[in-house]
Design a protein around this ligand. Structure first.
Ligand code: GLN
Length: 495
């Protein structure tokens, strides 16, 4: 049976447009109609760019008619609202930027546009990407398309929900400590964080600059590879961008895990996560073996310090990065009698509680007298964590572990910050080490009481710059298990 345009993958849409089987305009119209159908329930977008998207689609169709072939021709794209797109509102989910318009386009987004993708809107996120559920957004509520009573994850929850709910074929998010992988797991999509520095951060509004990395959210691994191939590569506009050729990943993705050594981390005991979740990961590890992988026990003795390390380094960098939002240069201003009071009023009104908490922690950790005790020690711990991974990768090709500590939870379930921070227990160590890592659907758990089945994600992590191997392994696992296809979202495939 022919699948509707909204259900097609990016690879299928681009093929259809390049071959003249349907137009980019039709693909974009189908996505926008879907947005019209389900957005009231899902709430993935903060801004929908219908007119711009239609105009761009017509321009792509003209280029294709003139003979050009584009890897993402006519593919509807959802962009997390912490990435600049010329002339569009770019809010970071914050009151302080609620009415700010970006004067230029982020390199990653521009490269996707150059490859033929069409931005259909800007998606919701935890304020300044700080959070794991989108509940910290000051500007909207996003619901999980697989169970509307639950969160989509975060901070890239809007892009994950848009892709899971068939509102866009592909999405991009940013991952600082897990913000692509965790919402990917919660929403039954692939969430892929490349090696730090592989995708330009130019035009990504900074949270923690030594950790922030842009990456794809897609319904298949092949699509994640296509998006990565289009985005990755050196950019002189980002001083931390890596000047080293990119190995293309989308062609020749692995079909088997035969001969691959996969490390299972001794310290990540999934029995602590409850019987149903434990069973999913147990089965996933067995499946890896059945697909030809050799499983090895590996040790990451310092991984347990990941959270503590991250929650010093990330707030320290955020306190410095967010100093620019002062009511003078960007965004909203609350007037006062003198300039000091104006700063204070603006920041008091403009930032939400989690952002303020991080600025306070970060400022404290960087202040003289505490700098050595907290910030410097966290940097040392970061080095030890990276070394643990190096030692593990001397023995194995890849590491497999959970992508998140639980499946998607209900709204307001994590009332204290610590329980929210725990969501990223498994993703933060890879972020601190700069490693490429992704989440791929690996099974479902059904909470008691007639609730809907909830997707779970398996995380693969690989050595620096091993994107090809990482995506290849995930592709082999995905094509053999097909977990993602087992259930449709609650919003239905056709609304
Ligand atoms: N949840 C983590 C945090 O709140 C990670 C966020 C992210 O990766 N942007 O910092």
């Amino acid at each position: 049976m022919e699948r509707s345009l909204i259900e097609r993958t990016a690879a299928e849409i681009a093929r259809g447009v390049n071959r003249g089987e349907h137009s980019a305009a039709e693909a974009v119209d189908a996505a926008l109609a879907r947005v019209g159908d389900v957005e009231e329930r899902v709430g993935a977008f903060l801004t929908v760019l219908s007119d711009d998207a239609r105009n761009r689609a017509c321009a792509i169709d003209e280029r294709v008619r003139a003979g050009e072939r584009l890897p993402l021709a006519g593919v509807p794209l959802a962009v997390k609202d912490n990435m600049c797109v010329t002339g569009t509102r770019t809010t970071c989910g914050s009151r302080i930027l609620e009415r700010w318009t970006a004067p230029y386009t982020a390199t990653a987004v521009r490269r996707l546009e150059d490859a033929g993708a069409i931005v259909i809107g800007k998606t919701n996120l935890d304020e300044f990407a700080m959070g794991s559920s989108c509940e910290n957004s000051a500007l909207g509520v996003t619901r999980n398309p697989y169970d509307l009573s639950r969160v989509p994850g975060g901070s890239s929850g809007g892009s994950a929900a848009a892709v899971a709910g068939y509102e866009a074929a592909i999405g991009v998010g940013s991952d600082t400590g897990g913000s692509i992988r965790e919402p990917g797991a919660f929403c039954n999509v692939i969430g892929f964080k490349p090696t730090y520095g592989r995708v330009s951060r130019y035009g990504l509004i900074a949270f923690a600059s030594s950790l922030d990395q842009i990456g794809p959210l897609t319904r298949t691994v092949e699509d994640a590879a296509l998006v990565y191939d289009a985005m990755a590569g050196y950019d002189p506009m980002d001083s931390t961008s890596i000047d080293r050729p990119v190995e293309p990943t989308a062609k020749g993705l692995l079909e088997s895990l035969s001969g691959l050594k996969v490390g299972i981390v001794r310290q990540f005991d999934t029995r602590e996560l409850g019987d149903d979740v434990d069973e999913v990961y147990d089965r996933a590890y067995h499946d890896l073996e059945a697909l030809g992988a050799e499983l090895h026990d590996v040790s990451l003795p310092t991984a347990d310090y990941g959270l503590a390390t991250y929650y010093l380094i990330a707030p320290a960098e955020c306190s410095s990065n967010l100093a620019r939002f002062d009511g003078v240069r960007y965004g909203s201003r609350v007037e006062a009698a003198d300039v000091q009071a104006m700063y204070e009023n603006t920041r008091a009104a403009g930032f939400g509680p989690e952002v303020k908490r991080r600025i306070l922690i970060g400022t404290y950790a960087l202040s003289s007298g505490y700098y050595d005790a907290y910030y410097v020690r966290a940097q040392k711990a970061r080095t030890l964590i990276a070394r643990d991974f190096e030692a593990a990768f001397a023995e194995v090709d890849l590491i497999a572990c959970p992508a998140a500590s639980s499946p998607a939870f209900t709204f307001n379930a994590k009332s204290d910050p610590y329980s929210m921070y725990m969501m990223d227990y498994y993703t933060i160590p890879m972020s601190l080490a700069g490693l490429p890592a992704l989440s791929v659907p690996c099974g479902w758990v059904t909470p008691p009481g007639g609730a809907l089945p909830l997707p779970m994600g398996l995380q693969f992590a690989a050595p620096l710059f091993s994107e090809k191997l990482l995506l290849g392994a995930a592709h082999a696992y995905e094509s053999a298990t097909k977990h993602a296809l087992k259930h449709k979202p609650e919003v239905g495939a056709r609304g």
